[in-house]
Design a protein around this ligand. Structure first.
Ligand code: GFB
Length: 310
């Protein structure tokens, strides 16, 4: 990748897209193009086609998506399926039409079957039923992986798919109804401390296990795949270890400085019991996550304080 080549980062205002832009800039890439949602609606086929025809970037990072935590996925099922299918189909097809040969598509570890062996290898895709709370989102992301594979097979493009585990960090969504567990618990612990509360409400049983990756590590992995000229395939991006939601809550409480009791809310879903990724494929290429969970939570909390006030 030449530093002057044109790179389009789709979704640059989101947590992942903004981390990819930061990473590219820190490496000296100086021809990055972005469009806000207002400037370019990625669910609009014609607009996407015209934009890519005109710009003809050499590389695309497709980080634009409709995303959210377990509750948003479960209740906005049509939006998660429709918007993600449209964004992927429009961008990937128009990229091929415009002669863009290199693209990195971003998905999620929820594409894998709910009850597959752990840690989850890339080869387990489509070997069993999905977790129901995020099935529409997962189906859309599986379609994206298959679009990349199919355009590569039929047209010789070099489109790669990266599947991160649960991500967190700067520019995360802290809205309690649509967020993932990490930002939700950071915010709840912070507010509990400030309000002098005696307890922290945690959804579900606290027993599901999740793996958490700091988003700057994810961005590093994405740029690594492009820079190392990886031309096709599916790559799990994770840290290789997981924690229970209760352990996560206790670590967050410790970092934030809140010491009340935890109340588990059984009316909320647990979702998939475990989704630890096997990261051997990335490790064998020479990439490994750097940020320890506790350090990452401290970094995320300090960014939260900057953006949401003390
Ligand atoms: O992060 P999260 O919303 O999504 O929830 P998933 C993870 C676990 O944390 C679930 C529990 O067992 C939740 O019940 N949890 C505890 C909480 N307290 C809270 C809270 O206050 N808020 C939230 N949101 N959860 C998503 C998928 O699944 O993961 C997406 O729906 C995507 O498709 C994403 O793959 C990475 O890890 O269950």
């Amino acid at each position: 990748m030449l530093k002057s080549e044109k790179i389009y980062v789709a979704g640059h205002n989101g947590m992942v897209g903004s981390a990819i832009v930061r990473r590219l800039q820190s490496l000296g890439y100086d021809n990055i193009i972005v469009r806000s949602r207002r400037e370019l609606d990625l669910t609009n086929q014609m607009a996407v086609r015209e934009f890519l025809e005109q710009e003809k970037p050499s590389y695309i990072y497709l980080a634009a998506a409709k995303v959210g935590g377990i509750f948003a996925n479960d209740t906005k099922r049509a939006e998660f399926l429709y918007e993600n299918l449209m964004i992927e189909a429009n961008v990937i097809h128009a990229a091929w039409q415009a002669g863009v040969n290199r693209l990195l598509f971003l998905g999620s570890s929820c594409i894998y079957p709910r009850d597959c062996p752990q840690p989850i290898k890339e080869d387990y895709l489509l070997t069993g039923p999905l977790e129901s709370t995020n099935e529409p989102y997962a189906i859309a992301k599986i379609a994206g992986v298959k679009l990349c594979e199919s355009y590569n097979a039929q047209y010789g493009t070099q489109y790669v798919s990266a599947m991160p585990t649960n991500l967190y960090g700067p520019n995360d969504n802290y809205d309690l109804t649509s967020s993932h567990v990490m930002p939700a618990l950071i915010r709840k612990a912070h507010e509990a401390k400030n309000n002098g509360s005696v307890s922290l409400h945690v959804w579900g049983s606290g027993r599901p296990k999740r793996e958490f990756l700091y988003v700057d590590d994810m961005a590093e992995a994405c740029v690594f795949l492009m820079e190392n000229d990886v031309k096709e395939g599916l790559f799990n991006i994770g840290v290789g270890e997981d924690v229970t939601i209760e352990e996560l809550a206790r670590t967050i409480m410790d970092v934030v400085g809140f010491s009340g009791e935890i109340i588990f809310d059984a009316s909320k879903p647990d979702g998939t019991p475990r989704k630890l990724l096997n990261v051997d494929r990335m490790t064998s290429l020479g990439w490994k996550a750097k940020t320890d969970l506790r350090d990452g939570i401290a970094l995320a909390y300090s960014k939260f304080l900057e953006s949401h006030g003390h």
